[in-house]
Design a protein around this ligand. Structure first.
Ligand code: IVH
Length: 684
């Protein structure tokens, strides 16, 4: 046989055996036999480099390292999922779907394990793997084609190539045993351990050098495609079957469920076997099986209506408290945080946990060195459930809150009836830093380029000390610094210009006044309509506002009467900061500023009625998905316009949501009422 033909045969043989081994978990030949074939292929290719093809198994070892990751725009956004936690949540999910679809019969579903890894998109053209990317922000991800080529269970060529282009989506993850081995190696090399399989997968794929990725035991399961219609299948069940036939690995614990009760049954089965699986799953994804129904259900801003992730309940483990340190937050609250003997809690290495406050420590009667039971539920921060008193060493000291601030040394206060111990010194560096971080963060003015790390860096270098300083930064300050260059400094300055005219409510929420979150800030804006009016308000004025509680009222009065705060406002003004207030007409009408487009069949309104309503409510109408369009109202059977709007990340409302909006209820993006998180304790 001529060598070129043999090479072709070897490629096919090796691909077939890899499929048997990695995808079907059913090898037909021994590792030794496989290696022999592989060696033969390498030898032939060495003699004939011109014969090396992209889909050759030799190409999995990882090519040249990249300088940086290119961005990839997903043609169809990669959405995330809403969560359910209980059986009842799943029944409620079905109720919502039936109401939305105006349907009485039960729906059928696919229930699939929720893998704990990293979502990726793989593009196949004429059956060849041509591009792979991370989910990124859902619209734009990173090109990790070279890295994904090294993942053995990702086919470089599909078994049939009838489709011009197929964009499949799935999860890259690491087996539990792979993670343990990798962490052992890292511990040995003195490198930081991966806290969970998700971090391990992400850390391995985001290696510029694909040869490093190739050494990591990564796996892949497919769970969907960007546009189900291109597969010619009617439902998720048939499509997963087709993807499997194409050679893509499909998880074997997926289940077709005729109704929601069967879904609940499968959830308890998965819960029972989850620890027997080779890999970590953190729940079960439930998807309406029928694609026509999926399409009718559509998506909200971040997640489809037709699917939900049911998360497993908390997992517990026991470990030991090694040390406790005290972190000072934005409002001076002192939070005790325990360092724990690192322990695996259902696949996540936990080494820190918050003790919340002095009262909690007392309630749980925690002592230094105690053995404690800790628990983790879903993605939440691990917490200490209780001390195992029987294991307490004699003479162990009870954990106590400090008398003085660990950062500025000021005497701490704990007001009667409050759980929180507080540093009353407003100039405490810890508080100033946390306030700055909050001020620039998403919950604050959302200044791009001023994330936590940058703020800490600039604070440490004393380039910023209080909030107005942020607006006084100069290019010359930044350019010479580590991690900053002309480009990033320029970017920051344009973000800063935009941040100088925030809405009044955003500005107020960004200040980080105690008890004043987004909701209270919005109330203040609506009532006072200018910063000047707020500054002039008395305690009584503040307390009279319906919805502002006593605590917030006092806190506001105290804040605004502080001379250093007033001086701060002068400095904001001098720096060009002008909080903006919507004019009354702008504010009163629910659709002002909105440019709407209707698509699909509306059930309750005629098109003309709908358009009339838009105009009456201060909005405008457009006829296409344009740049100007701010919101698409999608009726039933919405098609290409809906898709286009989703692709462009536009706001999408159902007919009902549109009607609700006119009634003045908020729909779409919810404000996240996240409280103070002084310590930012994360897993690990
Ligand atoms: S479907 C639009 N199916 O969970 C539907 N996702 O919070 C989007 N995931 O980012 C995903 N297993 O990384 C789907 N069988 C599965 C999944 C799954 C894990 C992940 C995926 C996604 C996240 C959603």
């Amino acid at each position: 046989m001529d060598s070129e033909k043999r090479l072709q045969e070897l490629r096919e043989l090796l691909a077939e055996h890899a499929h048997q081994y990695y995808v079907l978990d059913d090898p037909l030949i021994s590792d030794g036999e496989y290696d022999l074939l592989f060696q033969e292929l390498l030898q032939l290719e060495e003699g004939h480099p011109e014969w090396v093809t992209e889909d050759s198994p030799s190409q999995r070892v990882g090519g040249a390292a990249l300088d940086k990751f290119q961005q990839v725009e997903h043609r169809i956004p990669m959405l995330s999922l809403e969560n359910a936690f209980t059986d009842q949540d799943l029944r409620d999910f079905e109720d919502r779907l039936c109401r939305y679809l105006r349907r009485d019969e039960p729906l059928s579903y696919m229930a699939e394990p929720k893998l704990d890894g990293l979502a990726v998109e793989l593009v196949y053209e004429q059956g060849m793997f041509v591009q792979g990317s991370t989910r990124g922000n859902g619209t734009i991800g990173e090109d990790i084609t070279a890295q994904l080529r090294t993942v053995a269970s990702i086919p470089l060529r599909l078994r049939e190539n009838t489709l011009d282009r197929l964009e499949v989506r799935g999860e890259v993850f690491m087996d539990q045993s792979g993670l343990v081995a990798l962490n052992e190696q890292r511990a040995h090399d003195g490198e930081a351990l991966f806290a969970n399989p998700r971090n391990a997968a992400a850390g391995s794929l985001r290696q510029l050098d694909p040869k490093i990725t190739a050494r990591r035991p990564l796996r892949f399961f497919v769970y969907g495609v960007s546009e189900p219609a291109v597969t010619g299948c009617d439902n998720q069940h048939d499509m997963l079957k087709l993807l499997g036939d194409l050679g893509l690995p499909v998880n074997s614990h997926i289940r077709y469920c005729q109704d929601i009760e069967k879904v609940i049954e499968h959830l308890s089965e998965l819960t029972a076997i989850r620890h027997d699986l080779a890999y970590e799953i953190d729940g079960m994804v439930v998807k309406v099986n029928d694609f026509t129904l999926q399409e009718r259900l559509g998506a909200k801003a971040r997640a489809p209506r037709w699917a939900i992730a049911c998360k497993f309940p908390a997992i517990q483990a026991s470990t030991q408290i090694i040390a406790v340190d005290f972190q000072v937050g934005r409002t001076g609250a002192v939070t005790p945080v325990a360092t724990l003997q690192a322990v695996d809690v259902g696949g996540v290495m936990v080494s820190r946990a918050t003790l919340h406050n002095g009262d909690e420590i007392e309630r749980k009667d925690l002592h230094m060195g105690d053995t404690v039971l800790i628990q983790r539920a879903g993605d939440v921060i691990p917490e200490i459930v209780k001390a195992v008193v029987e294991k307490r060493k004699p003479g162990a000291h009870p954990i106590a809150m400090p008398e003085d601030c660990p950062v500025c040394g000021h005497h701490l206060e704990k007001p009667e009836g409050e759980a929180v111990t507080r540093c009353p010194n407003p100039h405490c560096p810890a508080q100033r830093l946390r306030s700055l971080v909050h001020f620039c963060s998403k919950a604050g003015l959302d200044i791009e380029g001023m994330g936590k790390k940058s703020v800490e860096q600039l604070f440490d270098l004393q380039l910023i000390g209080d909030l107005p300083d942020v607006f006084l930064l100069q290019t010359e300050d930044l350019e010479p610094l580590d991690g900053w260059g002309e480009k990033s400094a320029d970017k920051l300055f344009s973000a800063m210009t935009a941040a100088k005219t925030p809405s009044l409510s955003r500005f107020l929420a960004a200040l980080g006044i105690r008890f004043v979150g987004e909701v209270t800030a919005a109330l203040l804006e609506r009532t006072f309509r200018s910063l000047e009016n707020i500054l002039a308000a008395t305690v009584d004025d503040l307390m009279e506002i319906e919805g502002i509680g006593e605590q917030a009222g006092h806190s506001l009065a105290e804040y605004f009467s502080d001379p250093s705060v007033q001086e701060m406002f002068t400095r904001f003004h001098d720096a060009g900061v002008r909080p903006r207030v919507l004019t009354e007409s702008e504010e009163r009408l629910p659709l002002s500023g909105e440019v709407l487009l209707f698509t699909g069949t509306l059930k309750k309104l005629s098109r003309n009625e709908a358009k009339k309503l838009v105009k009456e409510n201060g909005g405008q109408i457009t006829s296409g998905v344009t740049k100007k369009m701010t919101c698409l109202v999608a009726g039933e059977k919405a098609g290409s316009k809906l898709k286009k709007a989703q692709e462009q990340g536009k706001k999408i409302l159902s007919e009902d949501e549109f009607l609700q909006l006119l009634k003045g209820k908020t729909v779409g993006r919810q404000e996240d009422g996240k409280g103070e998180n002084p310590d930012g304790i994360e897993h690990g």
